[in-house]
Design a binder for this molecule. Structure first.
Ligand SMILES: Nc1ncnc2c1ncn2[C@@H]1O[C@H](COP(=O)(O)OP(=O)(O)O)[C@@H](O)[C@H]1O
Ligand SMILES: [Mg+2]
Ligand SMILES: [Zn+2]
Ligand SMILES: [Zn+2]
Length: 324
């Protein structure tokens, strides 16, 4: 059930747009808070719960009876969901991310948004699909700055704040680093992986990144196997390619023609996720997820935005237009 309520005057709040909560960046984290418009509750008068009338049959002889039960008020649910969101671990840089401010520059991005939105809006708490199987997640593959993390964030925000689902976000190399640090403190890998295996929906970002060491491969394998076996939904984003056909022609450009950095990136980007994570994990992904691949020429938003902001990149016409 949605948290939003139409205010008395019929106009949506200018701060939250009627959502009753606000997302913002606090340090390096995306955090939520209840909007000022919804801090005091007119439904329960601040008690946090309401009495609702129910009807039930307790004995055939007496027949249906009306009775009252205490239920958490909408304001209590809102506070719970806001604090659930603050445990997700989403990075602050995507605190603004929603489906409505995602722009599609090509058909693949349009499909990516469609898949993520459909998943978010269809998701039923508990995570089973219409046939009782686990709800299928999705994996977004594409070059940097194409909004993959943006779509993961928009999806998790919807699930947590609008559906009340418990979810977590992890960037894969931070996960490896946390586990390694945990080892030094005497914790086992399982102790750290445990909560991530159990959470209802998990988003793993930057899949395939890392050194590919045995430690990293085992950690990833264990996490995905645990979630797979428990029938839990997992979402992914990766810079690596999903399809062999899309492999960039590595040999085409003569060596030395590009900078070493360019060349290294080209090779890295052309690499396949299947090769990065291994056959076992890859085949599980195929079962657990809908695949979306963004073409390599999808524009990098971080770069295009910077170019537009920087006067060095303004077209001469634009400068003249500014009257200087
Ligand atoms: N298609 C898009 N529409 C709107 N914003 C975008 C889009 N792609 C990227 N951005 C924004 O650019 C920044 C980087 O995007 P991000 O999602 O981190 O890219 P990726 O994970 O694909 O590298 C974020 O602030 C994000 O909101
Ligand atoms: Mg990203
Ligand atoms: Zn508001
Ligand atoms: Zn209330």
């Amino acid at each position: 059930m949605a948290l939003g309520m139409a205010p008395k005057n019929g106009e949506a709040c200018g701060v939250c747009g009627g959502r009753t909560y606000v997302l913002e960046r606090r340090g390096d984290q995306a955090q939520a808070r209840v909007c000022v418009c919804s801090e005091s509750c007119s439904v329960c008068g601040g008690r946090g719960h309401v009495l609702v009338e129910r009807e039930g049959v307790f004995s055939q002889k007496v027949g249906p009876r009306r009775y009252e039960v205490m239920e958490p008020c909408v304001c209590t649910r809102r506070r719970r969901r806001v604090s659930l969101f603050n445990e997700v671990g989403l990075p602050g840089v995507v605190s603004h991310a929603g489906f409505d401010n995602y722009r599609a520059f090509n058909e693949a991005q349009d499909r990516g948004r469609g898949v993520a939105m459909h998943f978010a809006h269809q998701y039923v708490k508990g995570g089973t699909d219409t046939k009782g199987g686990p709800a299928k997640g999705f994996i977004l593959s594409g070059p940097v700055g194409t909004g993959k993390t943006h779509l993961l964030a928009a999806t998790l925000a919807h699930l947590v704040l609008e559906v009340g689902v418990r979810a977590r976000y992890v960037e894969i190399s931070l996960l490896y680093a946390t586990i390694r640090r945990g080892f030094q403190e005497g914790k086992s890998g399982g102790e750290i992986i445990g909560p991530l295996s159990d959470v209802e929906v998990l988003a793993i970002d930057e899949l395939g990144k890392g050194r590919g060491s045995p430690f990293e491969m085992e950690t990833l394998d264990e996490l995905i196997a645990r979630r797979y076996n428990a029938g839990r939904t997992t979402l992914f984003a990766t810079n690596y390619s999903l399809e062999p056909e899309k492999k960039a022609p590595r040999a085409a450009a003569p060596p030395g023609y590009r900078t070493t950095e360019d060349a290294r990136n080209a090779v890295r980007e052309a690499e396949l996720l299947r090769e990065r994570v291994g056959e076992r994990i890859y085949s599980r992904l195929c079962e657990m997820c809908t695949f979306v691949e963004l073409p390599r020429d999808t524009p990098d938003r971080r770069r295009t935005r910077q170019e537009m902001d920087s006067p060095l990149h303004h077209a001469p016409g634009a400068l003249r237009g500014a009257g200087r």
